[in-house]
Ligand binder design. Structure first.
Ligand code: ASP
Ligand code: MG
Length: 434
């Protein structure tokens, strides 16, 4: 059975780390290795294309990025050095050409794709030099979006699976995360951080035995280690718990990753490239479901929209009208609470906020509040048990809570606070629940 291993930007961010990755994939016998661009690349490419769009000079940014890649190639490769340098030269001169002929969003997508394309090419050269039978797959040939901008998984499976299945046991495939081709046949991508999702889709398409996501932290922690002291990695969790945590802020995993793996029953393992011996986190259908409080995650930049309307009183169909407005602007709703005459909703994408508010005004009075954080506590929060929600709220009883949601699943309690109280809330929860 074959494994799909995905490595994030930091894991391939330097010559030294690329060497570690090569050792890991040899040790794990990775059938398919999915790579992000070297760390910082996509941010730079975003800047380059936005400067290009605004008519600003971006040659300095391009040069800086090119130097990073040239240095990596110089230190990593010998036999394939010239070929790799030539490839980098081609990639960066094509970026310059695209900058000069900037045609809008399609050019931006082409520019953004270059990081993954170049990183995967360099790494494949390195594997070959190390004596492995490495094959570079151009994922846009297999990962296609349909008109609705979702991945055509049938095509992916049909096109990629035979290649993998008929390959020799000792063949290592290397490919790009993040990028794909859209319905117009142009280069496109799955959104920022999307290479985890690429790996999951590929894993499902080839019926992999496991999808491993390698980053620079030793698994999913019980709380956000950037804000809280004394967090620890969770060794086992269920797909549902992982999905909640990833969606509500755990940066280690792109939330879309879970669904294809859950559907196909493929285990997801989160591992640390800098400490491969650390156990990491194993996500499966069963997980470790015995703990009452398993983990906490937080998601920032949340906007609350409060709709107050006497028309809601004893009415039906009101929520449908509200939801339709959000649907028309393709804006997902995260949390929702209702009373008889009011509804509060949260969104994390403000792009169409003003249009949404204009339309909502036809339904009632609207209030907007920005700068909030959703805190999500995940665990075995059985509806039949008493005191569990109380314990969560007690631990943060000096922090004002703006919204709360419990009961949708018996897996999580979600609440909304002002972002300025986030760090304190996370630390209190950590002290009291774990
Ligand atoms: N390189 C892309 C990004 O930075 C995709 C990824 O790393 O997952 O968003
Ligand atoms: Mg990532």
């Amino acid at each position: 059975m074959s494994k799909v291993l995905k490595f994030g930007g930091t894991s391939v961010g330097s010559e030294t780390n690329m060497r570690k990755v090569a050792e890991i994939i040899r040790h794990e016998q990775a059938k398919v290795t999915v790579l992000s661009a070297m760390s910082g690349t996509t941010d730079s490419l975003v800047k380059i294309s936005s400067d290009a769009k605004n008519g600003k000079n971006c040659s300095a940014t391009i040069l800086l990025l090119k130097n990073k890649y040239d240095t990596c190639i110089q230190n990593l490769l010998s036999q394939y050095k010239e070929e790799a340098l030539k490839k980098a030269e081609e990639v960066f001169s094509s970026i310059k050409t695209k900058v000069h002929n900037y045609k809008g969003i399609s050019t931006e997508r082409e520019i953004l794709a270059q990081g993954e394309l170049l990183t995967s090419a360099i790494f494949t050269f390195f594997l070959k030099e190390s004596g492995l039978k490495a094959v570079l797959l151009n994922i846009p040939d297999y990962m296609h979006l349909n008109e609705e901008h979702t991945v055509n998984t049938d095509y992916l499976e049909k096109s990629i699976r035979p290649i993998i299945e008929t390959s020799d046991d000792d063949t290592y495939f290397v490919t790009q995360g993040f990028i794909c081709k859209n319905a117009n046949g142009e280069l496109d991508n799955l959104g920022r951080g999307g290479s985890d999702y690429s790996a999951a889709l590929i894993g499902a398409a080839i019926n992999a035995s496991e999808v491993q996501i390698w980053t620079d932290i030793d698994g999913m922690h019980n709380n956000d280690p950037r804000y809280v002291e004394n967090t620890y990695p969770i060794h086992k969790m269920s797909f549902d718990e992982a999905a909640e945590l990833a969606y509500f802020g755990a940066k280690i995993l792109h939330p879309a990753t879970i669904q294809p793996c859950k559907e196909h029953g493929i285990a997801v393992r989160l591992k640390n490239t800098m400490a491969p011996q650390a156990e990491g986190t194993l996500i499966t259908n069963s997980g470790d479901s015995e703990k009452k409080f398993h983990a906490v995650a937080a998601k920032d930049n949340i906007t609350v929209i409060r709709i107050c309307s006497a028309r809601m009183l004893m009415a039906y169909g009101f929520l449908r009208k509200v939801f339709e407005i959000f649907e028309n602007y393709k804006t997902p709703i995260d949390m929702i609470t209702t009373s008889e005459v009011a509804v509060s909703l949260t969104i994390d994408n403000d792009e169409h906020l003003s249009e949404i508010v204009e339309e909502l005004k036809t339904l009632g009075n609207i209030e907007i509040e920005k700068g909030n954080t959703i805190i999500c506590v995940v665990g075995k929060l059985d509806h039949s048990k008493s005191g569990l929600v109380a314990r969560i709220l007690e631990s943060i009883n000096n922090i004002p809570i703006k919204m709360i949601s419990y009961g949708a699943s018996n897996r999580n309690v979600t609440f909304l606070i002002s972002s300025e109280n986030k760090k304190e809330a996370l630390q209190f929860l950590n002290n009291h629940l774990f």
